[in-house]
Design a protein around this ligand. Sequence first.
Ligand code: FAQ
Length: 318
Amino acid sequence: MSEREVKNLEAIFDARIERDERIEPKDWMPEKYRQTHIRQISQHAHSEIVGMLPEGNWITRAPSLRRKAALLAKVQDEAGHGLYLYSACETLGITREEMYEQLHSGKAKYSSIFNYPTITWADIGAIGWLVDGAAIINQVALCNTSYGPYARAMVRICKEESFHQRQGYEIMLTLSRGTEEQKAMAQDALNRWWWPSLMMFGPRDEASTHTAQSMKWKLKRKTNDELRQQFIDQTVPQADILGLSVPDPDLKFNPETGHYDFGEIDWKEFWQVVKGHGPCNKERMEARVGAWERGAWVRDAAMAHAEKNKNKTMAKAG
Ligand code: FAQ
């Protein structure tokens, strides 16, 4: 294709973005748009399946049958979200195997939040309330993203995430209205999950590599800082209802801006976790790589079965 032809296609593409038209898999798109989407969607998919691990840790120890059933369903939903997202990403021309390889080799990232341990049952409440709460705020904006398959996956995922958030909040409510020990356990979980939840939204806008371009392409509809502020404004009143205190001495409602001012995030900790040195990075990767290796015989058997069926069908067709 000549340079002029590419320029023309780019102009048509930019105009479609400007008109808020959805870009679909067979449409022409700039290579950088495709690559940026592969990066973000695959990292999002990896986050869903790695995100199953901290909660999976509590399925056998949930305090009642009702809690166990709800947690099991939630973790299964996360596997489903991973599958929608891997499928959406495959429409951009990358295979599932390539994506897994990138996760296992450390080339692709997954959300920093899943590198923290789940020490008590209250952590399951805090994850639902805070981590799913943060995920919804980020993902509601993505329901309107410019790439069709990603936007459609997000609509479905958000419906399920709002159930997850409520089950987490209900655990926190039960604990905070329980015995002194239970309330202390809920407060301890909030203390440990608050700051990592704020980090989920990514670096400050001025330190964000991709935000400016992703906003232009309408991949992102809101910046990292805008979403983080929205999360804080929404979550602090929920903590008040629980009677728990947010572990930030600088947190204060600002009547002039109508938002909460908050303290400095420990960005050194964030980047350490992102670079693989968080409390559970090693354990998470061992679990994922181990599952992939142990599942090899299942994949081989499924492929052999599909091949056998294909041969049978061809023999019948004559
Ligand atoms: N963790 O330039 P930006 C969930 C990286 S789903 C690790 O601002 P971007 C559901 C970033 O990749 C949670 N790395 O990047 C659930 C980039 O590095 P790269 C996941 C991070 O992409 C709940 C570099 O820093 N959600 O929780 C993080 O424009 C409960 C520079 O950053 C999504 O993935 C981080 N937190 O903005 C499941 C949502 N933040 O790739 C189970 C979709 C940034 O150049 C249980 N993703 N980095 O090497 C997004 O909205 C965006 O990708 C952001 C980051 C906002 C996460």
